[in-house]
Design a binder for this molecule. Structure first.
Ligand code: GLU
Length: 480
């Protein structure tokens, strides 16, 4: 079988991680089977759809490397086909016009709730006579179109993740609406379950892989496939992504769009790596760190769990740090330069930038850490509490004066690190103070704190751009 799968996001919100993970599983399955991964923008809800969100979907997929085959299908361009299918169902008596007003529907629901019954449409307009219809039209009522659901059957399918699935058709809420309310004889906007079936069939989709929140829709859609004499595809319902409280991950959990992760400093590779692990267990020999190519060569639904997958920031951060730490300084620098440029920070030379990237690289978890870690190389540091405490220590400022003296006597361009070592050991000897004190005080003067990257390398980089002398001078005079 030539596998054809699709992701069908609605541009009614940003490209959320749940949809991105569904796209990823589709992509992996397509690549594993040398099939096609297609994209359909489900923009039939005109009021809520927005081109900004469509753009976000494209950007998110591109950033993750989930390239799609064939031109994207824009659902709103296919309304004629959707209407044709509705007409077919109407003409075959498989769908009908329902004139029940919103008010009557509400009353029905309220009564059902009062009786402790689940709300459902009672199919009251299923078999209207011509005369009854005429009367409703005379009254000026509009109609929706409902699909006739046989209450006596059950819908059965073999789910690639969940195995045999059975859904009693009487639990589908009665005959369901396939087109919005419109004037008599008109067909209103076709609705989700109908359009999805028409489009998936037209796109020759062989496997529908989507979140388990669509299971009830699947039952309805299989009935529509049958009614339209179409062969239903194979279904796979993926587990949902949950927050730490075990609820479906939502905007409230701090992320709206997948691009937010990019902005926060996560890499595309660690994102796809992490999202693959959200619900899929790799074969043992693969370990937990892998590329899209690696996972796509072995991806299978046998290894997808049924239970929801908890989103774990710590795990994502760990994967991200592993990824960044594996980069060459040159690759890292390519990512850091645009971040620094946004702050107005320019590197004096490529070589200097490479040294800085190499220096801070091992302490980065996310790329944006490269801002805080590099800040004092570009801007004057602010003195932190621990830096102040350090400078208060007896002898600390004398250390700085001694270093300053050495530098004034023999200016240092930062290139030869042995000069820095010599200055420190000479100062230690001449002052009779421990090297540790000298180094910590120097660190506080240069960085504003006692913690930070390797002191000698940092000092050398600062000396190369002439930023060390003034800091040491100022701090040697600092009034604690
Ligand atoms: N537009 C639907 C959604 O975003 C698509 C669901 C499906 O894959 O059929 O949830």
């Amino acid at each position: 079988m030539n596998v054809r799968v699709r992701i069908a996001p609605s541009p009614t919100g940003y490209f959320h991680i749940g949809t991105a993970r569904t796209a990823l599983f589709n992509w992996l399955y397509a690549r594993k089977n040398n099939g096609s991964f297609l994209l359909r923008i489900e923009d039939t809800d005109k009021e809520r759809s927005n081109s900004e969100y469509t753009f976000d979907i494209f950007e998110g997929l591109k950033w993750l490397g989930l390239n799609w085959d064939e031109d994207p299908v824009i659902q709103s361009n296919r309304t004629e086909e959707h209407r044709e299918a509705i007409n077919k169902l109407l003409s075959e008596g498989l769908a009908y016009r329902c004139y029940t007003t919103e008010k009557e529907l509400q009353l029905l629901r309220e009564n059902q709730i009062k009786q402790g019954k689940p709300p459902r449409y009672d199919n009251r307009h299923r078999d209207l006579s011509k005369e009854q219809e005429e009367n409703f039209i005379q009254e000026g009522r509009n109609s929706v179109i409902r699909f006739r659901v046989d209450d006596q059957t059950s819908v059965i399918w073999n789910d690639m993740i969940r195995g045999r699935m059975e859904w009693n058709s009487k639990d589908l809420g009665g005959d369901f609406v396939i087109s919005r309310r419109a004037e008599a004889n008109q067909i209103g906007d076709p609705l989700y379950n109908l359009v999805v079936v028409v489009d998936d069939a037209a796109m020759r989709i062989t496997h529908i892989i989507r979140g388990e929140d669509h299971i009830a829709n699947t039952a309805k859609q299989i009935l529509l496939y049958q009614a339209l004499s179409l062969k239903p595809p194979i279904f796979a319902h993926t587990p949902l992504i949950l927050n730490t409280e075990g609820k479906k991950l939502s905007k409230r959990d701090g992320v709206t769009s997948i691009i937010d992760f990019k902005e926060m400093g996560y890499t595309a590779k660690s994102m796809t790596n992490y999202m693959t692990l959200l619900g899929w267990s790799p074969p043992e020999e693969m370990g937990e760190i892998f590329t899209l190519e690696e996972s796509s060569s072995v991806f299978d639904f046998d290894r997808v769990n049924k239970a929801g997958a908890k989103f774990d920031w710590e795990k994502l951060k760990w994967l991200n740090s592993q990824e960044i730490h594996s980069w060459t300084p040159s690759k890292l620098l390519d990512y850091l330069i645009p971040l620094w440029q946004k702050e107005g920070w320019e590197i004096p030379s490529k070589d200097w930038g490479l040294k800085l990237a190499e220096l801070i690289g091992p302490s980065l978890t996310i790329l944006n850490d490269g801002l805080e870690q590099a800040r004092f190389f570009f801007n004057e540091p602010s003195l932190k509490d621990d830096g102040i405490e350090q400078l208060k220590i007896e002898g600390a400022k004398r250390c700085l004066s001694s270093i300053l003296q050495c530098l004034e006597d023999n200016p240092w361009d930062g290139n030869d690190i042995s000069v820095a070592k010599l200055i420190i050991s000479n100062s230690s000897k001449s002052l009779g103070l421990k090297k540790g004190l000298i180094m910590k005080s120097l660190r506080s003067a240069l960085m504003g704190t006692t913690k930070g990257p390797d002191l000698l390398t940092s000092w050398s980089l600062l000396a190369m751009v002439g930023k060390d002398l003034n800091r040491i001078k100022n701090m040697s005079r600092y009034e604690c």
